[in-house]
Design a protein around this ligand. Structure first.
Ligand SMILES: Cc1cc2nc3c(=O)[nH]c(=O)nc-3n(C[C@H](O)[C@H](O)[C@H](O)COP(=O)(O)OP(=O)(O)OC[C@H]3O[C@@H](n4cnc5c(N)ncnc54)[C@H](O)[C@@H]3O)c2cc1C
Ligand code: FES
Length: 261
């Protein structure tokens, strides 16, 4: 079921780099969202009659605590800039949970989760669920520099619950210098399932890696989205079944079905 609700803003704070975190009271979404699903969030107050930007914006549900959902967002354009002006007690429109392609975790023996930049928010709920199920999990989290590892506090916390977390930066300002995929061979064995969210080059590398090594891999894709629920056809990718919508059949796809993305 998809809910179209007005959610109360509990907190909207700058984290680091270009990332903010917004926490919303959204019981319906909190109760039903599965790892990999996302919401379409309006970037202005529900009560404001504003039409710019007209379309809601897609964001991953990064964490859930009781009735509260957390979203980590990078400020990259008009909508996300406007989002930063929301304050506690404001109401904001929210559509979700969206996406039928989710991260499967049943029967998994060992997980390696690769997160690139703000893609860390696309896999954090997955990491939490893997930890709750006691599935041995390694996270390889990379960003261009220390301040762009904006979910580091969150991942530090989950590492205290038994998740093995490794940090990487392009400039070496925190963790290991280099890209997270450079260490895949250290952590991946034939029983491993790889999950990832991040920039296109990272996901393309992982598709190639999974093919070469025969490792089951699930990738969460990012596309500009106008509707978020399958009607505008603006978000299609080519798969072995033809064109599929990232918002409806995705956003998570098995790497081997993707032809062009
Ligand atoms: C399923 C899904 C989940 C997402 N989850 C998150 C998340 O948790 N946190 C987060 O920060 N971002 C996330 N994104 C990306 C986010 O939706 C965009 O960054 C946001 O819509 C930009 O809105 P804007 O109005 O600020 O930018 P605009 O003013 O619309 O555009 C600014 C710039 O960003 C580019 N852009 C816009 N939308 C996207 C997009 N979807 N992907 C890549 N580039 C884009 C534009 O081409 C332009 O260069 C997600 C996207 C998808 C599809
Ligand atoms: S965003 Fe409209 S069909 Fe996917």
């Amino acid at each position: 079921m998809i809910f179209d609700i007005s959610a109360e803003v509990l907190e909207n704070r700058f984290v680091s780099g270009i990332t903010w975190e917004i926490r919303l009271k959204a019981p319906e979404i909190a109760k039903t969202t599965q790892p990999g699903q996302f919401v379409m969030l309006s970037t202005h107050r529900s009560e404001n009659r504003e039409y710019d930007p007209l379309n809601r914006r897609p964001f991953a549900v990064a964490d859930i605590e009781g009735e509260i959902i957390a979203i980590y967002y990078d400020v990259v354009g008009r909508g996300t800039k406007k989002l930063t002006s929301l304050k506690g007690k404001d109401k904001v429109n929210l559509l979700g949970p969206l996406g039928n392609g989710v991260f499967p975790i049943e029967g998994i023996k060992k997980a390696v989760v690769v997160a690139g930049g703000i893609g860390a928010s696309g896999v954090s709920l997955l990491v939490k669920r893997l930890a709750e199920k006691g599935i041995p999990t390694t996270v390889l989290y990379g960003a261009r520099s220390k301040e762009f590892l904006s979910m580091r506090d969150w991942y530090d916390k989950i590492s205290r619950k038994g998740v093995n977390v490794h940090y990487y930066t392009d400039d070496g300002s925190f963790g290991k210098k280099g890209f997270p995929v450079e260490d895949l061979d250290v952590f991946v064995n034939p029983e491993t399932v790889i999950y990832a969210c991040g920039p296109k080059p990272l996901l393309r590398y992982l598709k190639d890696y999974s093919q070469r090594k025969g490792i089951k891999t699930y990738l969460s894709l990012d596309r500009r989205m106008a509707c978020g629920w399958g009607v505008c056809l603006g978000c299609v990718v080519k798969t072995d079944k033809g064109f599929e919508r990232v918002c409806k059949e995705g956003p998570v796809f098995e790497a081997e079905v993707l032809k062009e993305f």
